[in-house]
Design a protein around this ligand. Structure first.
Ligand code: FAD
Ligand code: UDP
Length: 378
């Protein structure tokens, strides 16, 4: 008998499995329906021997020292600052929009103050910023919005920015200086040997048993566990009884090319009419040297694995119904991007899992099987 069944071996599930086993000495079974651990952060060596991210580019960034410190128990880091270019009108321009983006796009040579005036003249006043369209047009005006955001967002989400919550495009700032980094967090780095290796080390505890290709819906009757951490889609857990929560999916096309480098930065965004949203070249992220190079095209889709919760008011409302059911479920904790229906980055999921562990630890006595180990744990 296990003290805990953890459903899903991504960041949420793996952090909790690791904490419960190492700090409370409890016996944990962690399952995943996929044939690997790591969730969407899973990386692997492809046939050419290049390290690729199976589910698209994952760049680690956070302002929380506690999260870096926690993960550093399981990995060393490779410093890496992410830079992205957008392919528009025959040019590759920095995104987030900055001074160089605007100068190159319009053939101008403004300084930062002039760019501030340029934005102010074009920005459209919006009473209350509610949507993803409002966020951008109220800062930079309609032309830049249509060039960089409208097409990309329509492709990515299958919805116009005016239908999406402001939080979606608000992820991408606007700058009047030349800073061309995608993120400005204090810590920006990649696990030195990859994410999968980091997850292997997290789960390499004698009290953790990993079972892959095991779908909770199929195995739950056979598993004897006192408590459950659930990190899959919350609507699925409740058999969709309130209706389906929409998730956006992606199709990934991985290719290996016969050249050492195919693009100047790790990610190029395609906000125009191409059917894909972005192309990633992994060597920039991993620092790997190799005669060939591997890239991934991302094609957004409604079908397929659930990758993104869709931030719209009606979906938030439906989620609140599931959240109320979850609050009444006994001995089950819902954690992670799918189980709490939040568009969270890896560090946020890691933080949410660590906070859940603290709550569990404060409110539940350690199971008998773990008493000896928990007493000796730090
Ligand atoms: P997941 O990683 O989705 O793990 C959930 C696991 O549960 C999955 O492995 C799934 O197979 C399993 N599961 C589901 N249902 C069942 C079931 N019934 N039975 C058994 N197992 C089940 N974040 C960043 O910080 N930086 C980035 O650059 C970044 N890039 C991203 C790019 C893409 C294309 C995507 C989709 C996401 C990106 N993210 C990024 C977000 C990041 O992937 C998530 O924050 C993180 O992986 C969430 O971890 P999780 O454990 O909540 O969910
Ligand atoms: N976005 C856009 N154009 C871009 C980059 C982003 O319109 O060149 C919008 C799009 O709606 C996207 C959102 O901003 O879904 C958030 O971008 P981010 O790069 O954070 O997306 P993720 O990496 O999470 O897919």
């Amino acid at each position: 008998m296990y003290d805990w069944l953890v459903v899903g071996a991504g960041f949420a599930g793996s952090v909790l499995a690791e904490r419960l086993a190492s700090q409370r000495g409890e016996k944990v079974l962690i399952i995943d329906k996929r044939p690997h651990i790591g969730g969407n952060a899973y990386d692997r060596y492809d046939e050419a021997g290049l390290l690729i991210h199976q589910y698209g580019p994952h760049i680690f960034h956070t302002n929380a020292k506690a999260i870096i410190d926690y993960l550093s128990q399981f990995t060393d880091w490779r410093p890496y600052e992410h830079r992205v270019l957008a392919s528009v009108k025959g040019q590759l321009l920095p995104i987030p929009i900055n001074l160089d983006t605007v100068n190159k796009l319009y053939g101008l040579s403004m300084n930062s103050e002039e760019l501030q005036r340029f934005f102010a003249e074009r920005a459209e006043p919006v009473g209350e910023i509610r949507t993803s369209e409002d966020v951008v047009v109220s800062q930079v005006g309609r032309d830049l919005y249509e060039t960089f955001f409208r097409g990309y967002t329509r492709k990515q989400w299958g919805a116009d920015p005016s239908q999406l919550d402001k939080s979606v495009t608000a992820r991408v700032p606007t700058r009047t200086n030349q800073d061309d980094r995608y993120f400005t967090d204090t810590y920006q780095c990649m696990p030195a040997l990859g994410y999968t290796r980091m997850f292997e080390r997290m789960l390499a505890h004698p009290n953790i048993h990993v079972m892959l290709q095991a779908d909770y819906r199929q195995v739950r009757e056979e598993i004897d566990a006192r408590r459950v951490i659930y990190t899959g889609p919350i609507d699925e857990y409740f058999d969709f009884r309130l209706g389906r929560l929409p998730y956006r999916s992606l199709r990934f096309e991985h290719r290996t090319l016969e050249c050492e480098q195919s693009q100047p930065v790790a990610v190029i965004n395609y906000p125009m009419s191409e059917p894909y949203t972005r192309i990633t070249e992994y060597k920039h992220l991993t620092g790997q040297t190799h005669a060939r190079t591997s890239i991934t095209y991302e094609y957004p889709s409604d079908e397929g694995d659930p990758y993104y919760p869709v931030p719209k008011p009606e979906n938030a409302e439906l989620y609140r119904g599931y959240e109320a059911l979850a609050a009444r479920a006994r001995d089950v904790w819902f954690v992670g991007r799918l189980a709490t229906y939040r568009y969270y980055n890896m560090d946020q999921v890691c933080g949410q899992a660590l906070a859940t562990f603290r709550r569990i630890n404060e409110s539940l006595p350690v199971a008998r099987s773990g008493e000896a180990l928990a007493a000796s744990a730090v």
